[in-house]
Unconditional design. Structure first.
Length: 195
């Protein structure tokens, strides 16, 4: 099974995270941030990833450290669970509608960290969640997962729908990218022989 467990403790957060890439799409635990838990639930469900989270963060300051550090841990978990990436599809993409919103996402599990995030947010907050933290989460995630990730809002007016569309689209793209391609017979999907 392709699984990973990450423990990260700083002066700002204490996080224990478990990931199963070949799960049934269940999220358990909490970040302490209601809206963000909703997004992690959607990410797990649409990627078919099992995700367990135990997080204690300095939410009395704000949500930034918690969201960013969970992004770090989730990215590390993907990198650990994928190992040398033998046999994976490597690429994934999704154009996902969420009511009036349309999100385009593409991922390359390349070993090279890059995020291109082109999504303006009409509202500065959804619940207690600062909407600029959506980009911060995916910066941390892509950097630590060592992936190239493009996220573009094609259209959209409702900030909740935009962020929800982003998390669903990234999950669907990641689901494809991490899936095993039987035609590769366990080969590394790169002419270099390594990712």
């Amino acid at each position: 099974m392709r699984t990973a467990e990450i423990n990260r403790k700083t002066n700002e957060t204490d996080i224990k995270l478990k990931l199963n890439l070949d799960g049934s799409g269940v999220f358990t635990g909490t970040s302490g941030i209601g809206f963000f838990d909703h997004m992690l639930t959607l990410f797990s469900k649409h990627g078919r990833f099992d995700l367990e989270l135990d997080c204690k963060g300095d939410l009395e300051v704000d949500c930034h450290h918690t969201v960013e550090d969970i992004g770090i841990c989730l990215g590390q978990a993907f990198a650990d669970a994928l190992g040398d990436c033998a046999g994976i599809t490597r690429y994934g993409a999704m154009i996902l509608p969420m009511d009036e919103t349309l999100i385009l996402t593409a991922v390359d599990i390349s070993g090279r960290s890059l995020l291109l995030f082109d999504c303006d947010m009409p509202s500065p907050q959804v619940g207690t969640f600062d909407t600029e933290l959506c980009e911060e989460f995916f910066i941390a995630f892509s950097r630590n997962a060592k992936i190239t990730l493009h996220i573009h809002k094609l259209v959209g007016k409702n900030t909740h729908h935009i962020i929800e569309g982003i998390f669903k689209a990234v999950a669907r793209a990641m689901k494809t990218a991490v899936s095993i391609d039987g035609s590769l017979n366990g080969e590394i999907p790169s002419s270099k022989g390594v990712l």
